[in-house]
Ligand binder design. Structure first.
Ligand code: NAD
Length: 427
C-alpha cells in the first residue's frame, strides 16, 4: 500500500504513530514548500520485510512470532535503527519508528538512513533460552538485509546488550567470521563502545542543559518528572540528579509511578526496581498512576516510555515548563498545539533522544576501524554534537518563529531532500 501525502486533516486522538509521523512530515513539508514528489517518497518506507519466527518453547511446543524490519530511507547512508520486542508491536508502528530514525540521523547529521525492527512478543513471558532462540531466528530471517554497509540494528524497548550480542553472533556465524559493526549497543567485551548504554539518557541531559541555558532555567534548582524507568528514563534521571543537582520528584514504569515532592534518589529507586521488578512500593514515596504523573507540577517532564502518551485529552493538564522527549513519538500533533498555547518548551524526540544513535555511530566507526575511544572522548564528542544539533534547531525555530519540533523536521527533511535530489531518482 502506497501512502498518499497527508491532507493535514485533523484526526482522532487515537491516531496511530504512523498517522502522527505523517502529519509531522506534512507540517515540515508545508513550511519548506517541498516538492510533492519528494514528500511522497518520504511518506513511504523504502522496504518492509515481514517474517515469521518459529521458536521451540521450553515445554516442547513450537510458537510462531511475527517480526518486521523496515528501511524507511537510505539516501544519506546505511539504514540504522533499534529492534523492539513488545506485545503491541505492529507493522505501522515499526514504519513510523523507522521514519523517525531517518529524521533523527539527519538532525544529528550522521551518515545513516532510518530503519526499525520489531517482534510481536512479550519478552517478560519468555525464558532466557527462548529469548535467545527468538532473537537468533529473527536475526537469521532478516539477515538478508542486514550488514555493516546495509543496516545496523541497535537496542530499543525490551531489548538490551545481551540481545545485541546474540544478533552479532548469529550474523557472524552466517559469515564465518566476526562482524562487530553489524549491530550497536553491544557489550564492551565484543566491540561495544564506552558510553553507549547510557548514551540516549546522557544525550537527553545535554539537550536539557542547552535548553535550560536558552530559557534561563537553573537545573540545580529544577524539579524533574520521568515517565518510564528503563534504559533512557533511569539514565536521564540518574545523571540529572547526580551530575546536575536536579530534584527528581516522580518516576514511573509500566506498573505505575512514585512521587515525593521532596525528591527521590534515582539510584536507590533503581536498586528497588532491580530487587522487586517495579518502581512502585518504594519507601518515602506515594504511589501514583502514569496519568497523574504527567500532570505533576515540575520544571522538566521527560516521557521515556512509549508513543502517544501526551494527547489532546491530557495535554492541558501538563504543568511542566519544559518537556524533553526521551521516548519516540510521545506527543501527538494536537497535543503539540495545546502545549504551544500553554508556553511549554518541547525538545522533540528527533532531537532529545538522538544521543543513542550518535554513540551508535561512534560504535560503528570504532568497529569498522578496530580502534576504540575512551569514555571521556565518547561523552565529549556526544556533548559537542548534541550542542550543535540543539543550536541549529533552536536557531531555525527562532528565525522561522516555529516550535522546536517543526524546526527539527525542517532541518531533517531539508537534509534528506537535498541528498535525494543530488542522487536523483533511479533509473
Ligand atoms: P526500556 O525497555 O529499557 O524501558 C522502557 C520503560 O518504559 C520500562 O521501564 C517500562 O516499564 C516502561 N513502560 C512501558 N510501558 C509504560 C507505560 N504505559 N507507562 C509508563 N512506563 C511504561 O526501553 P528504552 O530503551 O528505555 O526505550 C524507552 C523509549 O525511548 C522508547 O520510546 C524508545 O523507542 C526510546 N528510545 C530508546 C533509545 C535507546 O537507545 N534505548 C534511543 C532512542 C529512543
Amino acid at each position: 500500500m502506497i501512502m498518499e501525502v497527508s491532507t493535514g486533516e485533523p484526526f482522532e486522538p487515537s491516531a496511530s504513530p504512523l498517522q502522527v509521523a505523517l502529519r509531522q512530515l506534512n507540517i515540515a513539508c508545508e513550511k519548506l514548500g517541498l516538492e510533492p514528489g519528494l514528500q511522497r517518497i518520504f511518506a513511504n518506507p523504502k522496504r518492509i520485510l515481514t517474517v515469521s519466527v518459529p521458536v521451540n518453547r521450553d515445554d516442547g511446543s513450537i510458537e510462531v512470532f511475527q517480526g518486521y524490519r523496515v528501511h524507511h530511507n537510505v539516501a544519506r547512508g546505511p539504514a540504522k535503527g533499534g529492534i523492539r520486542f513488545h506485545p503491541q508491536v505492529t507493522m505501522e508502528e515499526v514504519i513510523a519508528l523507522a521514519m523517525w530514525m531517518t529524521w533523527k540521523c539527519a538532525v544529528a547529521d550522521i551518515p545513516f538512513g532510518g530503519a526499525k525492527g520489531g517482534v510481536v512478543c512479550d519478552p517478560k513471558s519468555l525464558s532466557q533460552g527462548e529469548l535467545e532462540r527468538l532473537t537468533r531466528r529473527f536475526t537469521s530471517e532478516i539477515s538478508i538485509i542486514l550488514g555493516p554497509e546495509k543496516d545496523i540494528p541497535a537496542p530499543d524497548v525490551y531489548t538490551n546488550p545481551q540481545v545485541m550480542s546474540w544478533i552479532m553472533d548469529t550474523f557472524s556465524m552466517h559469515c564465518g567470521f566476526s562482524v562487530p559493526a553489524v549491530v550497536t549497543g553491544k557489550p564492551l567485551e565484543i566491540g561495544g563502545s564506552q558510553g553507549r548504554n547510557e548514551a540516549t539518557g546522557r544525550g537527553c541531559v545535554y539537550a536539557i542543559q542547552e535548553a535550560a541555558a536558552a530559557l534561563g532555567l537553573k537545573l540545580n534548582q529544577a524539579s524533574v518528572v520521568v515517565q518510564g524507568f528503563g534504559n533512557v528514563g533511569s539514565t536521564t534521571a540518574l545523571i540529572l540528579h547526580e551530575e546536575c543537582g536536579a530534584k527528581v520528584v516522580a518516576v514511573s514504569d509500566s506498573t505505575g509511578g512514585i512521587y515525593n515532592p521532596g525528591g527521590l534518589d534515582p539510584r536507590k529507586v533503581l536498586g528497588h526496581k532491580k530487587r522487586t521488578g517495579t518502581v512502585t512500593g518504594f519507601t518515602d514515596s506515594e504511589d501514583i498512576s502514569n496519568q497523574e504523573l504527567l500532570s505533576l507540577p515540575c520544571d522538566v517532564l521527560i516521557p521515556a516510555a512509549l508513543e502517544g502518551q501526551i494527547t489532546r485529552e491530557n495535554a492541558h493538564t501538563v504543568s511542566a515548563k519544559m518537556i524533553a522527549e526521551g521516548a519516540n513519538g510521545p506527543t501527538t500533533p494536537e497535543a503539540d498545539v495545546v502545549l504551544r498555547e500553554k508556553g511549554v518548551f518541547v525538545i522533540p524526540d528527533i532531537l532529545a533522544n538522538i544521543g543513542g544513535v550518535v554513540v551508535s555511530y561512534f560504535e560503528w566507526v570504532q568497529g569498522l576501524q578496530h580502534f576504540f575511544w575512551s569514555r571521556e572522548e565518547v561523552n565529549e564528542e556526544l556533548r559537542k554534537r548534541m550542542a550543535r544539533s540543539f543550536s541549529e534547531v533552536y536557531s531555525v525555530s527562532q528565525e522561522h518563529r516555529v516550535d522546536m519540533r517543526t524546526a527539527a523536521y525542517m532541518i531533517a527533511v531539508r537534509r534528506v531532500a537535498e541528498a535525494t535530489r543530488i542522487r536523483g531518482i533511479y533509473p
